[in-house]
Design a protein around this ligand. Structure first.
Ligand code: SF4
Length: 372
């Protein structure tokens, strides 16, 4: 296996290196460059443009679409993705598309979700190692044990989990709809306690937004757990006029110190609609780069953290994925049926009229959660 992968990698570098920056490629990719030029050194463009042109041609000839998460680098996000958004938007798109092939420009659990929703389509993940600290924090066996410990309580799972884990749960949620899902399932089951897995901080933040009691698991996103409330206080001193927007996978004291909290889609909406003069996006670094091209009047300040898993996806491995149909993601049929039920339950909920935001007054009050 290693030998084979080594051969493929050598082959792929060779193929990508053969693509050159011709006047035709320059003309074909000019609209993309227009969007990126403010955020990318001109010297990088002749490297990206031939790959972008080749990927877009391959997509057309193979009836493929690329689903690009908000944390993809700008050349992927603006250059080759057919649909961009957060996990929820991409899950909806995967269920809807007529394309034969889906290339998931994101991490593995997202590709599994697409496969679960589109079992007849080929779903490709450009790098098999694109994992997630949250998804690997919990197994299907853990969920079965939790169920036996909390009989009669519904189990809600964040979409950042494997298909095996989703298959053991009642309904999925994303950071954008977690409060809505928790309240919906509690009503449906006639209970006032809900198990919300596996992100501890998301669970703690959701607990502050609802009267439903939350039972949580100690999973963490390695990108968002590193932000601290103290960092936000320091930022306030340095940039007193900056708006601070935080993702709900951050620790509760980060949300409590912010001006806005919501999913990546909600953050994008906030910046493009309200056009703040200075903004700090407390999330993965690519978010600022991608929103910046739509918001030239806003200055994006650091800090941000990189997700090493998301960053495994590159134009080169997307090109190789499309060219050689690799790496197809498979999900056991029985697991897929059960996982689909949990994801579909979430998709079938009425879509929010506006991107969900967390109430920051409520976010400042401590609420106990039971940590498993
Ligand atoms: S940003 Fe966090 S939740 Fe998203 S893939 Fe990376 S580790 Fe997982």
């Amino acid at each position: 296996m290693n030998g084979m992968m080594g051969h493929n990698m050598a082959d792929s570098s060779g193929e990508a290196a053969r693509l050159i920056f011709t006047p035709e490629v320059e003309a074909e990719t000019a609209p993309v460059w227009e969007r990126l030029r403010a955020r990318m050194p001109a010297v990088e463009w002749p490297i990206h443009a031939p790959l972008i042109a080749a990927i877009n041609r391959l997509k057309r000839s193979k009836n493929a679409v690329i689903l690009g998460h908000n944390y993809m680098t700008p050349e992927i996000f603006h250059g080759v993705a057919d649909f961009v958004g957060d996990s929820l938007a991409l899950a909806r798109e995967a269920a809807r598309t007529d394309a034969k092939i889906i290339v998931q420009a994101g991490v593995r659990f997202m590709a599994e979700t697409s496969k679960v929703l589109s079992p007849d389509k080929t779903v490709l993940i450009p790098d098999l190692q694109a994992g997630c600290s949250l998804a690997s924090s919990i197994t299907a066996a853990d969920v079965r044990l939790i169920r036996s410990r909390y009989p009669g309580l519904p189990v809600v799972t964040y979409v950042n989990t494997t298909a095996d884990v989703k298959a053991e749960t009642d309904i999925c949620c994303t950071s954008g709809n977690a409060v809505q899902v928790v309240e919906h399932i509690a009503r449906q089951w006639g209970v006032d306690r809900v198990v919300l897995l596996p992100d501890e901080f998301l669970a703690r933040n959701v607990a502050r937004q609802t009267s439903i009691q939350i039972i949580a698991w100690a999973g963490r996103c390695e990108v968002h757990e590193r932000f601290t409330g103290r960092q936000i206080d320091e930022l306030r001193v340095m940039y007193p006029h900056a708006q601070v927007l935080a993702h709900p996978e951050c620790p509760p004291d980060v949300l409590a110190a912010s001006d806005f909290a919501g999913s990546t889609a909600a953050m994008t909406d906030y910046v493009t609609r309200l056009k703040p003069r200075q903004v700090v996006l407390i999330t993965e670094c690519a978010m600022a780069d991608n929103v910046a091209s739509e918001s030239p009047e806003t200055e994006f300040l650091r800090p941000c953290n990189l997700c090493p898993h998301m960053k495994r996806i590159t134009l080169t491995n997307i090109y190789d994925a499309l060219r050689t149909d690799r790496y197809p993601v498979e999900v056991d049929a029985n697991v897929a049926v059960r996982a689909r039920r949990a994801v579909q339950q979430m998709i079938d909920l009425p879509p929010p009229t506006a991107p969900a935001r967390y109430d920051l007054v409520k976010a400042r009050y401590h609420v106990n959660v039971e940590l498993i």
